[in-house]
Design a protein around this ligand. Structure first.
Ligand SMILES: Nc1ncnc2c1ncn2[C@@H]1O[C@H](COP(=O)(O)OP(=O)(O)OP(=O)(O)O)[C@@H](O)[C@H]1O
Ligand SMILES: [Mg+2]
Length: 416
C-alpha cells in the first residue's frame, strides 16, 4: 500500500513538474517570438526599436498590480527588448536584481537628461543615411500623378513612377517653402530625426520630373519656374494629442514628475525635442497655436495637435514646418509669450540635442553651419535663397535662449 501511495505521490509530483514546465516553456516561446518580432524593421524608414504594444500592455499591467510589484514589473518589460542593447548589459552586470531595477527605472540622469537606457529605446526616425538616399531617389524620380491628400490645394500628393509618394508644397509665397526647407535642415543640424526628408524642385517645362503631370499643374495654376518642396509621404500616420504633462493644467515636464510607463517616456522624450525645435524656429503652428486657441476653445488640448503625426509604433513625425524660421520670425511679437510659456514648461532634455544647442551657442555659428549644410545638400538652394542677416541673428538669439533655459533647469534640478 505504501509503495502504491508513494508511487502515486511521485506521479502527482511529476505531473505538477510537467505542468509547470509546459507553462514556462510556452511563456518562453511567446517571449521569444515577441523578441524576434522586434528585430524585423517596420515598413519604410522607421526604426525597429520600440515594441508595438508595449505601451498598452505596460499600462494595463501597471493598473492591475499592487504598487509594491511595479518596479519589478517594469524591469521585466524592459527585458523584452532585443539582446545587446544597453539595459541588457546592465541586467547582466547587476549584482542584485533590486539594484538593477532601480538603475533601469530612473528615466532621468545628471539631473535633467533622459537616461541612456531610454535613449536606446528611442526610434531613430529618418536617419541621415536614409534621408540622403531618399533625396537622391526623389531628385531623379518622375512624378506620374498629382492629387489632393496633403492638406490645402497648394499642397498636393505626388506619386513617383516607382509608386512611392511625396507631399508637394507650392507655397503661397516664397517664405513658406523657405521656412519648410530651412527648418528641415536645422533639424538635421540638431540631430532631430523626426522631420521627413525634403528636396526642392523647379516646375520648369523642361524639367523631366514634371512632364507627365503638366496638364494637372496647369489646372492648379502653379506658375512655371516656381520652386516647390517635396517631402517624403509616410503611410499609416495618425493624430497626436498633447500629453498631459504639457497641457496648460499641468506644471510641466520636469525631472520629478516622471512616474510614467516606458512607452510614455519615449513619447515625452520626442516631445522635449519638438519643444526646443519649435521654440528655435518660432513655429507657432503646432503646440503654440493650441495654447493660443485656448482663449476661445477650452477643449482644444483634447484634440490632435496641428502638424504632428505619429507612426503606429509611436514615433512622432513633425510635418508642415512652413511657419518655421521665416514667417515665424516675422510675426514673433505676436507669438513670443506663447513660445516662452511652452519652452519654460520643459526641463528634461535629450543629451545629444542639448549638446548640439551648446555647440551652436558657444561657437555662434548657426548661420554659417545651416547655410553650408543647405548649400551642400540642396542643388536649388541658390534659387530659393537663405535667411536674411536679420533672421539669422534671430535664430542665433533663440539658440542662446534655449541654451540659457537648459542651464536654468540644470541649476534647478541638477542636484537630483
Ligand atoms: N509627409 C506626410 N506623410 C503623410 N501624410 C502627410 C504628410 N504631410 C502631410 N500629410 C497629410 O496631409 C495632412 C495635411 O498636411 P499639412 O499640415 O502639411 O497641410 P495643411 O495644408 O497645412 O493642412 P492643415 O490645414 O490640415 O494643417 C496631414 O494631416 C496628413 O494627413
Ligand atoms: Mg498644416
Amino acid at each position: 500500500m505504501r509503495v502504491v501511495t508513494s508511487n502515486l505521490f511521485a506521479l502527482l509530483l511529476l505531473g505538477a513538474f510537467a505542468g509547470v514546465f509546459y507553462v514556462w516553456s510556452s511563456l518562453e516561446d511567446r517571449l521569444e517570438r515577441h523578441k524576434r518580432g522586434f528585430a524585423v524593421p517596420g515598413a519604410g524608414s522607421f526604426y525597429p526599436k520600440l515594441p508595438v504594444d508595449l505601451s498598452a500592455k505596460t499600462f494595463r499591467t501597471l493598473l492591475a498590480v499592487p504598487a509594491a510589484h511595479r518596479t519589478q514589473l517594469k524591469a521585466h518589460n524592459l527585458s523584452e527588448y532585443p539582446a545587446g542593447s544597453r539595459h541588457d548589459n546592465v541586467n547582466r552586470n547587476q549584482t542584485t536584481p533590486q539594484e538593477g531595477f532601480v538603475k533601469l527605472d530612473r528615466p532621468v540622469e545628471d539631473g535633467i537628461f533622459w537616461s541612456a537606457w531610454l535613449e536606446d529605446l528611442l526610434p531613430v526616425g529618418f536617419t541621415e543615411e536614409y534621408a540622403h538616399a531618399w533625396r537622391d531617389k526623389a531628385r531623379a524620380a518622375r512624378v506620374v500623378k498629382l492629387e489632393p491628400g496633403c492638406g490645402r490645394t497648394s499642397n498636393q500628393l505626388a506619386t513617383f513612377a516607382d509608386g512611392s509618394k511625396a507631399c508637394v508644397r507650392y507655397g503661397i509665397n516664397a517664405d513658406q517653402v523657405q521656412g519648410e526647407t530651412l527648418t528641415y535642415y536645422l533639424a538635421c543640424l540638431l540631430g532631430i530625426t523626426n522631420v521627413p526628408p525634403l528636396i526642392l524642385s523647379q516646375l520648369n517645362s523642361y524639367n523631366e520630373q514634371w512632364v507627365a503631370v503638366r496638364t494637372r499643374l496647369g489646372g492648379l495654376q502653379w506658375s512655371d519656374h516656381a520652386v516647390v518642396s517635396l517631402t517624403e509621404w509616410v503611410s499609416n500616420l495618425s493624430g497626436v494629442v498633447t500629453p498631459a504633462p504639457l497641457r496648460q493644467e499641468s506644471s510641466g515636464l520636469h525631472p520629478e514628475l516622471l512616474n510614467k510607463t516606458t512607452a510614455e517616456l519615449v513619447d515625452l522624450m520626442q516631445w522635449s525635442d519638438l519643444i526646443i525645435f519649435d521654440y528655435m524656429t518660432a513655429n507657432f503652428d503646432r503646440l503654440v497655436s493650441n495654447l493660443f486657441s485656448l482663449q476661445w476653445d477650452a477643449r482644444v488640448m483634447e484634440r490632435d495637435t496641428n502638424n504632428l503625426l505619429k507612426t503606429p509604433r509611436g514615433d512622432l513625425v513633425f510635418i508642415d514646418n512652413e511657419a518655421g524660421l521665416v514667417h515665424g520670425f516675422r510675426v514673433l511679437n505676436m507669438w513670443e509669450q506663447y513660445h516662452q510659456t511652452v519652452l519654460s514648461s520643459v526641463c528634461v532634455f535629450r543629451k545629444r540635442t542639448a549638446q548640439r544647442v551648446a555647440e551652436l551657442h558657444q561657437r555662434r555659428d548657426s548661420r554659417i553651419r545651416l547655410l553650408q549644410l543647405y548649400r551642400d545638400s540642396e542643388p536649388l538652394s541658390a534659387k530659393l535663397g537663405f535667411l536674411s542677416d536679420e533672421h539669422a541673428a534671430v535664430l542665433q538669439d533663440r539658440i542662446d535662449r534655449v541654451y540659457k533655459h537648459i542651464l536654468h533647469c540644470k541649476e534647478k534640478y541638477g542636484q537630483l
